[in-house]
Design a protein around this ligand. Structure first.
Ligand SMILES: Nc1ncnc2c1ncn2[C@@H]1O[C@H](COP(=O)(O)OP(=O)(O)O)[C@@H](O)[C@H]1O
Ligand code: SF4
Ligand SMILES: [Mg+2]
Length: 319
């Protein structure tokens, strides 16, 4: 049996949104089921607006006030964290589960030096704690450690700030690291070095969920990939299988939109992702799908399959 660090069961989350002075509820996640095996890198991919950050913020209990969790469980190391009181969850968030955000500046206190931010993890400034911080900064391949320790966040580059945040998760000895588009704000060479650090974290026994809209980074770094579309998981498999034999038309479209061979024209995905306030009956991808059938407009396909390759599409299901 697989050793899952995190299991998401039947999770539905949405927002109360005011339209024409009337508040209505709209789903951003629909009965999401996902399991994450320990000591792997898992990708969660899809275009902007498909619900990736809502999922991460639900796991971290950082949802905004207008959000409502309608159903589901999030089981972390056998505990449903949705049942934990805020005080209990504070022992987990930022400690056992940590976040590498898209914008590292948001996670660092602009008024504290790197040393003081990292010391916040401990209750005191001892020689041993400073040594542990230096060890973590060395692990994320920061060279001029003494200078970086004295620096304020605004004095560091984007890549350096991400390294500091990853070092903090090492100091905290987090088991699960949620990386929400951690390289989107960085240029390519820095981005690759940060992704290589995620591989190092895996070698240290950590589990990583890498959120991305860019499938080109997934095949090199992630063991499994789940594709999300408008709050639904539409396909999931190990990454090699998914790249070799993509099944869902949305996954195929995302892969066809990747730059591969020189001179090959990139195919744009037809149309645009809709806002959650647009209610789409049937398969949510049908307005954009080249394989759309009559049933797709009326009935939503289930996520099903075999050999750990799951897909929700009428092309593969009995009607
Ligand atoms: N506080 C909010 N109120 C209303 N809608 C929201 C709120 N936060 C996110 N959404 C909507 O939920 C959907 C999913 O958003 P998000 O998870 O941020 O997408 P992604 O991270 O995949 O780009 C989007 O349509 C977004 O506009
Ligand atoms: S269910 Fe129909 S519309 Fe949806 S992806 Fe499959 S073929 Fe396309
Ligand atoms: Mg996001």
């Amino acid at each position: 049996m697989k050793d899952n660090i995190l299991e998401i069961k039947n999770l539905s989350v949405g927002f109360n949104i005011e339209i024409n002075n009337v508040e209505k509820f709209f789903y951003a996640l629909n009965s999401v089921n996902l399991s994450f095996e320990r000591n792997k890198i898992h990708a969660l991919a899809g275009e902007s607006g498909c619900g990736k950050s809502v999922l991460i913020n639900t796991i971290l209990k950082l949802l905004p006030k207008n959000a409502v969790i309608k159903s589901g469980k999030i089981v972390f190391n056998n505990d449903n964290i949705l049942n934990l009181k805020d005080k209990e969850f504070r022992k987990i968030r930022g400690k056992k589960i940590s976040l590498i955000p898209q914008d590292p500046f948001m996670s660092l206190n602009p008024l504290y030096t790197v040393e003081n931010q990292m010391l916040e993890v401990f209750s005191s400034k001892t020689k041993g704690n400073i040594e542990k911080i230096k060890w973590a900064l060395n692990e994320v391949r920061i060279k001029n450690i003494d200078n970086v320790l004295k620096s304020y966040p605004h004095e560091l580059s984007g890549g350096m700030k991400q390294r500091v945040i990853i070092a903090m998760s090492l100091v905290q000895d987090s088991e699960l690291i949620l990386a929400d588009e951690p390289t989107t704000a960085l240029d390519v060479s820095v981005s690759n070095s940060i992704l290589n650090l995620l591989l190092d974290l895996k070698d240290k026994g950590k589990t990583i969920i890498l959120i991305t809209h860019d499938l080109s980074i997934v095949s090199n770094y992630c063991d499994t990939t789940s594709i999300m579309y408008l709050g639904d998981i539409v396909e999931g498999a190990n990454s090699i299988e998914l790249f070799k034999k993509p099944m869902h038309p949305y996954t195929k479209a995302l892969l066809n939109a990747l730059p591969t061979k020189r001179g090959k024209k990139l195919e744009n995905i037809k149309g645009q992702i809709s806002p959650i306030t647009d209610i789409i009956i049937g398969c949510k991808f049908h307005p954009r799908c080249n394989y759309e059938m009559e049933i797709c407009k009326n009935q939503k396909p289930e996520l099903c399959g075999a050999d750990c390759h799951l897909v929700s599409c009428w092309l593969y299901q009995k009607k």
